[in-house]
Design a protein around this ligand. Structure first.
Ligand SMILES: [Zn+2]
Length: 126
């Protein structure tokens, strides 16, 4: 799988999508009561539960991302000069999406992914 943005941004996007899906399911379920009457109440219940689960999952994702981003090393992007956070050995800059890596073996010479040839090394900061 190819990451278009940094991992933190991707997970935040998923968290937001899950909240929207969850709220959407709740609204859809509630409208089921109006549309289908008694049967709609069962449908509404199912959708409300699904919506709640989706909201809880997204809360978990947000919490997880928060934990990860506090532990993630902060560095200055060599391409755009802004401070970004990295998850794992290889990640993209949150601003210019340049692929950054801690591993000098795969930097510049060997692409991190088959389709990516823009890998750049990051000077290790203490
Ligand atoms: Zn950058």
């Amino acid at each position: 799988m190819k990451w278009k943005t940094s991992k933190i941004s991707t997970m935040r996007t998923w968290g937001l999508l899950l909240v929207l899906i969850g709220l959407g399911l709740c609204v859809f379920g509630t409208s089921g009561i109006i549309l289908f009457g008694e049967v709609g109440k069962i449908i509404a219940g199912v959708f409300m539960v699904l919506g709640m689960i989706s909201c809880f999952v997204s809360m978990g994702v947000y919490f997880w991302v928060g934990m990860l981003s506090t532990n993630a090393p902060v560095l200055e992007c060599p391409e755009c000069g802004k401070r970004t956070k990295m998850l794992g050995e290889t990640d993209r800059c949150m601003y210019c999406h340049t692929i950054l890596t801690w591993n000098p073996d795969i930097a510049t010479t060997t692409p991190a992914a088959p389709n990516d040839s823009e890998s750049r090394s990051v000077p290790t900061q203490s």
